[in-house]
Design a protein around this ligand. Structure first.
Ligand SMILES: [Zn+2]
Length: 386
């Protein structure tokens, strides 16, 4: 079904089939959009490490053989795809030339501003590998100078050994879709148009995301996959990225996923935001660490209780949106089997019915580079349609 839709919409060689679209839609589907969409279909078929013949790609994408060959020719010319040898195409024993993505034909420069004590910069390649990494210690008790970010990008652009496809920046806090950091307490930023500042220095596209939104893109692209998922970052604050139908939920205030300051205990402790009993006052890493330090014998119970609270808070959005997968990342002293087990049991007790299956709650396997991989995924999505 999906393939047929893509074929009808985007296969320019499909002749009469495209004519069934209404005129107003046809007007929008101009030839360059068709070319970009066809390139994206072929790249997605090869992503990240697939080797396929032109015939196999045509079968998988629904594009005609002629269109597939034309698209592949432009991708080879641009250096994005390589011919790697002869293989059995699976089509009555015919041989085809294998194609694959050349991972280092383009590099991406990524900055992660969400770490607790350092600015992390990385050069990544087309399949999400980190080819160069740089950390600069930084104490987030003062405002971050934008020059610090620009200087690190300059160093990373120099370190890249291939043309830089784009720059990606992951920031804590609320980020607009045009790359303005509307508010970030930990960076001390308010309405900082970091995308514009960086673009003035480097002639490439600049993408800026909230770090947890980036992590959701990473899980979708490089982790366990899935078009509907919630990714939660447990840190000094709490962050979440929500993906529904393969799209990030930004919300009308760009605050989609901001669960930390939703009140769950109206009579609870005063939060740094001024309200009482926010989720963050109950299950942030600093609160849990403090509780465990005060009563080490109850470590396991404290983690279990925190997991139950988190599970209760998540049950409604998970149930309401029919989310099948929830992924956590954060310090391993907290985001461990005890915590995850309690979250999973609580959510499933709340939402499982006769007509919906168990929700998978897990720890991300992407490790410390989840946010870096997320910005890489964002660039791949926007620049190449992968
Ligand atoms: Zn709060």
């Amino acid at each position: 079904m999906q393939k047929d839709m893509q074929s009808n919409l985007f296969d320019a060689s499909a002749g009469g089939r495209i004519g069934v679209l209404p005129n107003n839609v046809l007007a929008k589907v101009n030839s360059s959009a068709i070319r970009a969409a066809n390139r994206a279909l072929v790249l997605r078929a090869l992503f990240p490490r697939e080797t396929k013949s032109r015939a196999e790609i045509a079968r998988e994408t629904g594009l005609t053989r002629v269109t597939t060959s034309e698209v592949v020719a432009t991708l080879i010319e641009d250096g994005l795809v390589l011919e790697t040898g002869v293989r059995d195409s699976g089509n009555r024993g015919k041989k085809g030339i294998s194609l694959r993505i050349d991972p280092d034909s383009r590099h991406m420069v990524v900055i992660d501003l969400s770490q607790p004590d350092a600015i992390v910069g990385a050069v990544t390649n087309l399949i999400g590998q980190v080819v160069y990494r740089k950390e600069e210690p930084f104490r987030f008790d003062k405002s971050l100078e934008t020059d610090t970010v620009v200087n690190m990008i300059e160093m990373l652009v120099d370190a890249a050994t291939s043309p830089v496809l784009a720059v990606g920046i992951a920031s804590p806090g609320v980020v607009s879709d045009s790359g303005v950091v509307i508010r970030s307490t930990s960076l001390g930023w308010s309405n900082v148009d970091i995308a514009h500042i960086v673009r003035q220095r480097f002639p490439v596209h600049v993408y800026v995301h909230n770090d947890a939104n980036g992590a959701a893109l990473a899980e979708e692209q490089f982790g366990g996959g899935g078009s509907d998922l919630i990714v939660i970052h447990v840190a000094r604050g709490l962050g979440a990225g929500v993906m529904v139908n393969n799209q990030l939920v930004h919300g009308s205030n760009y605050s989609g996923g901001e669960i930390g300051h939703v009140v769950i205990r109206p009579d609870g402790k005063t939060c740094r935001c001024g309200k009482r009993g926010c989720l963050e006052t109950c299950v942030s890493s600093s609160v849990i660490d403090q509780c465990m330090a005060e009563d080490p014998a109850r470590r396991r119970d404290i983690l279990h209780e925190a997991g139950v609270m988190m599970g209760n808070a998540l049950s409604m959005p998970v149930g309401m949106l029919d989310i099948p997968r929830v992924v956590f990342y954060g310090p391993s002293s907290i985001v461990n089997d005890t915590f995850i087990g309690a979250v999973g049991a609580t959510i499933n007790d709340a939402v499982v019915t006769g007509f919906r299956t168990k929700v998978n709650v897990s720890i991300s396997r992407l490790g410390d580079d989840i946010v870096v991989k997320g910005e890489t995924a964002a660039i791949l999505r926007n620049e190449l349609g992968i």
